[in-house]
Design a protein around this ligand. Structure first.
Ligand SMILES: [Mn+2]
Length: 423
């Protein structure tokens, strides 16, 4: 057996620089002697040099924050319509925090509406709770020492304002959407160049914040969820970059491929199929953009909109699809215009496109934004909101919103009337 002790290495005649390990890997460096029980040996075998530098720095900072908050209770807040990236990352965060005796409750205020999200939560037993704004107001929020935003920065959840009102400090923000500006957190890691938050969380695992154990069922399910989240946000890895592939490779040591397959087998409901059909029928094509209004849909079917956009962008000569509709929330008798953008055009920045198209509300908040290749927007209908029995009125209302949204989008799409911003 080959010895890799220091002694045998020191006996080699020429070593210009002492290397920490003799097996050629750039494995554990400074962390190994530390006596901190939370400090696990990192596994840097699947990470880019840049990812490693950033991850070392960020995990060190996160570790310090978690140590300072031992014994705390935290509320992990997801966007109102959480996707697999958000759900899986919140779970990974919860498992990491558990080691510091921090108890996390993972919540979202909207709906789990994509069939795959429902399957993900059911099949993995993912510990997430739905807290509508009403439920949240009835809870004793004083038990929480801090809140955490994952895969969002508080701009896509109704719960953010409630946290502010109750003066619950923002302890952690981890996200890959473009910086939304004003949120101050004790720890933040916002990487707008990274395709999936799951890649960031996986890098934390590699850095030793949690040692995954393939004989631990919860770890296996969480790794499977992370793999699903990573695949979803990279268009099944087709838009993945090196760091995402490396993160997926790391997860492949722990995940359950049959479980992932079961999640992916979930099928679309008829109502979702109907929305996709409407988007196909209503789409207009201009300058390689496909734009479709789908009319009214139920709150629970909201996720049909991004699915329709995913579908429309697959058409020949289309590089960008925008689908929108009026979502009716029966519980609150509220209506809101919701839209999704999908693009294959590398030079089109969805975040900039949406901000440019729809501008800001009177409080200066944008109606939406995005990450690479995808974006979304939500426009409150204000005084015109609310269901009306009169079908003629309902039709006119849709037509007004439809025309207004098209007008805003076409301003950017038509070079004659304005320049397409593709910086
Ligand atoms: Mn994401």
């Amino acid at each position: 057996m080959q010895s890799n002790s220091l002694k045998s290495r020191n006996s080699l005649p020429i070593i210009s620089e002492p290397t920490p390990t003799s097996n050629g890997s750039n494995g554990a460096i400074a962390d190994s002697e530390d006596s901190d029980p939370h400090r696990l040996k990192p596994d840097w075998s699947l990470i880019t040099p840049h990812g490693r530098r950033l991850t070392e720095q960020k995990t060190e900072a996160l570790r310090r924050v978690m140590e300072q908050h031992q014994g705390d209770r935290q509320l992990v807040i997801l966007q109102d319509f959480p996707d697999p990236d958000a759900l899986s990352c919140a779970w990974a965060y919860k498992l990491i925090a558990q080691q510091y005796d921090i108890r996390c409750d993972i919540v979202y205020a909207g709906t789990l509406s994509h069939q795959e999200n429902i399957a993900l939560v059911r099949l993995t037993g993912l510990p997430v709770q739905r807290w509508t704004l009403q439920t949240a107001k009835e809870k004793d929020l004083a038990v929480y020492n801090g809140c955490v935003f994952i895969d969002n920065q508080g701009t896509t959840t109704q719960l953010a304002d409630l946290m502010k009102q109750h003066k619950i400090p923002v302890t952690v923000v981890i996200d890959h959407h473009s910086s939304q500006g004003d949120m101050k957190a004790e720890f933040d890691d916002i990487r707008s160049q990274t395709r999936a938050t799951a890649t960031i969380l996986t890098q934390y695992l590699q850095a030793g914040l949690l040692r995954l154990d393939s004989s631990n069922g919860e770890h296996v399910k969480c790794a499977t969820a992370l793999m699903h989240g990573l695949r979803c946000d990279t268009n099944r890895l087709m838009q993945a970059q090196e760091e995402d592939f490396l993160a997926a490779a790391y997860l492949s040591r722990f995940y359950d491929s049959q479980l992932l397959n079961a999640i992916l087998q979930s099928s679309r409901s008829k109502r979702v199929m109907d929305v996709i059909e409407r988007s196909l029928r209503n789409r207009i094509l201009q300058n390689n953009f496909s734009i479709a209004g789908v009319g009214y849909l139920r709150y629970d079917d909201r996720d049909a909109i991004p699915q329709a956009a995913d579908f429309l962008v697959t058409e020949e000569n289309v590089h960008t699809a925008v689908v929108y509709g009026i979502v009716h929330d029966e519980d609150e008798d509220l209506e809101i215009v919701i839209g999704s953008l999908r693009t294959n055009k590398l030079t089109l920045d969805p975040d900039e496109f949406i901000k440019e198209a729809f501008g800001q509300d009177p409080q200066g908040r944008f109606f939406g934004g995005g990450r690479s290749m995808a974006g979304g927007f939500e426009i409150p209908m204000g005084f015109l909101s609310g269901f009306n029995e009169n079908s003629e009125y309902t039709r006119i209302k849709w037509e007004v919103f439809d025309a207004q949204i098209k007008q805003k989008l076409l301003r950017l799409v038509n070079p004659e009337n304005g320049v397409i911003r593709t910086a």
